[in-house]
Design a protein around this ligand. Structure first.
Ligand code: AKG
Ligand code: FE2
Length: 385
């Protein structure tokens, strides 16, 4: 058979420890490059078993959970504010995520983040690799593939860039920020500064509406030691969206996650609600807030982390920028229970979760991932009741 000229295939390298405790390296095709080459046939390594494939999912009927941040902060409008707070409690309990409008982050700042991401992902593969250094000791950070655990697992249709933004000293001495575009770091740090304020306000609002002291959650997030990881998820157009996932189902091992997405689409993210995958409708200009496992623990289960996944689209590229906001790695967190407003102190046998050290929780999470269901992750912090 005559051979036509082959396109060069680019690979990310993934190192992992296999089930026998042996270090392994696995080569993973760079999804963006496959898409750039216009492949029509999906490589087998991305094809999911039948039961994991995304069946068509309809957008949620009715207005998608949305919080208006301006109302939340409007102390001089107590009626608006308490209505918004009530919604916040309901969404945190029933959905684990919601859209955030009127978030107050300057439009220009958001625009510049999207431009910086576009600038980075429009570089060639080798140029991207050269632009970003590698973390030597920290797994799952840097430019590359998503977390890989074994050779047999279906690969996710994604390339991603993860940077530890805070504490800033964690990336000192390591070259981990992209050098291109030139303003990447400056733009992202400016955004993260504003985003942190939004997340802090959310933590205060959530504590308040759950009948807890205002700083009950925020107190775990010591400003100089808390960790913010920024993950840019890039999903290239996919020839067979019906056979793949952009990201496996998971909950985030964070306190809170705050995300923005590209203007190319209003879809991509799905959340499990009443055992059904629901497509998140994501209007332009809104941010997404997600409850992570650590906040579920801190709230003794009243806020529920969202079990979510990402689907891809045929001719549409999409990116999201997720900020994972965590207490310091060495911090011990645990459920905070108040008196529920009725003056009766809760007793300790009503605790559904144990105290855990953040680092231990995260380590276990990566040991378990990819998980089949949320319980696989969160069981680590549950009391045996
Ligand atoms: O792309 C998205 O909207 C979600 C990304 C996500 O779930 C993650 O980075 O943990
Ligand atoms: Fe996530």
């Amino acid at each position: 058979m005559a051979r036509t000229e082959q396109n060069e295939i680019f690979f990310h390298e993934a190192s992992f420890i296999d089930e026998n405790g042996q270090p392994q390296t696995h080569k993973i095709p760079v999804v963006q490059e496959l898409a750039r080459q216009g492949i029509q046939q999906l490589p087998q390594c991305f094809v999911r078993p039948q039961h994991e494939r995304p069946s068509p999912s309809l957008p949620y009927e009715g207005p998608f959970p949305t919080i208006n941040m301006a109302n939340l902060l409007a102390l001089e409008e107590p009626v608006h504010r308490s209505r918004e707070l009530a919604k916040l409690a309901r969404y945190a309990e029933e959905w684990g995520l919601f859209m955030l409008e009127n978030h107050g982050i300057d439009e220009e700042v958001v625009r510049s983040v999207k431009d910086a991401v576009d600038g980075f992902f429009s570089l060639g593969f080798e140029e991207k690799k050269l632009s970003v250094g590698t973390y030597t000791s920290v797994d799952n950070l840097g430019y590359g593939r998503n977390y890989v655990k074994s050779r047999g697992q279906s690969l996710e249709w994604i390339d991603r860039l993860t940077v530890r933004v805070a504490p800033a000293r964690d990336s000192e001495g390591l070259h981990v920020w992209p050098r291109k575009p030139l303003n990447f770091r400056e733009v992202m740090e400016k955004y993260v500064n504003e985003a942190r304020r939004v997340m802090d306000d959310m933590l205060v609002g959530l504590a308040e509406v759950l009948g807890l002291e205002r700083l009950s959650f925020l107190k775990f997030f010591e400003p100089n030691e808390s960790v913010i990881n920024m993950r840019v998820n890039y999903y290239a157009p996919c020839p067979r969206p019906d056979l793949v996932l952009g990201i496996n189902p998971h909950s985030d091992a964070s306190g809170l996650t705050l995300s923005l997405q590209s203007d190319t689409t209003t879809q991509g993210l799905q959340v499990l609600k009443n055992n059904e995958w629901v497509t998140v409708t994501w209007p332009r200009g809104t941010l997404l807030v997600m409850v992570g496992d650590l906040l579920e623990i801190m709230s003794n289960g009243r806020a529920q982390s969202a079990w979510h996944r990402v689907v891809t689209q045929k001719d549409v590229e999409r990116f999201s920028v997720a900020l994972f906001y965590n207490p310091p790695l060495r911090a011990q967190i645990g459920p905070v229970v108040g008196d529920g407003g009725d003056g009766d102190e809760e007793v300790s046998n009503e605790l559904n979760y144990k105290k855990v050290v953040v680092e231990d929780y995260v380590q276990n999470y990566y040991k378990v991932a990819p998980a089949k269901e949320k319980e696989d992750f969160i069981a680590f912090a549950k009391t045996n009741k």
